[in-house]
Design a protein around this ligand. Structure first.
Ligand code: HEC
Ligand code: HEC
Ligand code: HEC
Ligand code: HEC
Length: 179
């Protein structure tokens, strides 16, 4: 019975999450987040991300190997121009130009706003300091890493290797020292 309830909840929430991810908030880019999330005291989020493979996910699509994979999958476009590849390797490539801030770079691949939502409306200090208000303004936080990470780390990836979520999280973890 309980699991049925969660199933219903998931069915109800999924469209909402999809809509909020595509709503009217615009993308500010990693430097915009990094200006406040880079010192050790804050948790070095910017450098941890820069040193992770997520920051290179778009560049990966420019490789010969990627083009080969795209071709084998039956696409006639370069990997980096193929929405079916970009959907797990980048953000912002498929939204209206009016939602793309001047400093946003699609080249940053899987970036802050890929996982935390477009930030134009929560990036201000007075909003950010209030978690509830940030969430109302588009911030996405994740309670369940397994379901979130497997949204991309799954067999739909042509090069899929199963990951242990807990170990993978240790590689990209960027918690605030306070937590
Ligand atoms: C003006 C400074 C500033 C900017 C810009 C900023 N943040 Fe924050 N952010 C904060 C502060 C302050 C907190 C409160 C928690 C803390 O002290 O670490 C916070 C908290 C967070 C949290 C934790 C929420 C929680 O409690 O679980 C996330 C996630 C986050 N920010 C992501 C981002 C992202 C992504 C961007 C860029 C779109 C961004 N921030 C831009 C200052 C900022
Ligand atoms: C939007 C899609 C997406 C999401 C969500 C995502 N990832 Fe990734 N992840 C990727 C892509 C794409 C790569 C490969 C990047 C490359 O090699 O160019 C990757 C690579 C990684 C790697 C490096 C793997 C290696 O071979 O060293 C780790 C670790 C990782 N992700 C952990 C996580 C964790 C933990 C989560 C959940 C908190 C997560 N990822 C969520 C798309 C995603
Ligand atoms: C692959 C997805 C992914 C990427 C990319 C990513 N984050 Fe996160 N981030 C998470 C997850 C998952 C958590 C832990 C749960 C939560 O708070 O959402 C987290 C937590 C945080 C927190 C809260 C830390 C705490 O302990 O309170 C901050 C702040 C944050 N991220 C900022 C950033 C910034 C800034 C960037 C870009 C430089 C970034 N994140 C990139 C997935 C990601
Ligand atoms: C469902 C999400 C997803 C889709 C769709 C996706 N990828 Fe990826 N890709 C990932 C993840 C996650 C990784 C890192 C771990 C892995 O290989 O599973 C990755 C890694 C890669 C790598 C590096 C792997 C290596 O061993 O060098 C290449 C190249 C790549 N993808 C190309 C592509 C191409 C080309 C497409 C489109 C035809 C594509 N991907 C579609 C999620 C995805």
């Amino acid at each position: 019975m309980k699991s049925f309830f969660y199933l219903l909840l998931a069915m109800f929430l999924t469209p909402i999450l999809t809509i909020s991810a595509q709503s009217t908030h615009s993308y500010i880019g990693t430097d915009g987040c990094g200006m406040c999330h880079k010192t050790e005291k804050q948790g070095s989020q910017l450098s941890i991300w820069q040193n992770s493979k997520h920051s290179k996910a778009y560049e990966t699509l420019k490789t010969e190997k990627a083009n080969q994979i795209a071709k084998e999958k039956g696409f006639n476009t370069l990997a980096v121009e193929t929405p079916e590849c970009l959907k797990c390797h980048a953000s912002g490539y498929n939204v209206d130009a009016s939602l793309i801030g001047k400093k946003f770079k699609v080249e940053d691949g899987v970036q802050c706003e890929t996982c935390h939502g477009a930030g134009s409306d929560y990036k201000d200090m007075k909003v950010m300091k209030d978690k509830e208000l940030s969430i109302k303004n588009g911030l996405v936080v994740h309670d369940k890493l397994d379901t979130f990470c497997t949204g991309c780390h799954n067999s739909e990836s042509p090069t899929f290797v199963e990951i242990n979520i807990e170990e993978a999280w240790q590689k990209i973890k960027h918690s605030s020292p306070k937590n």
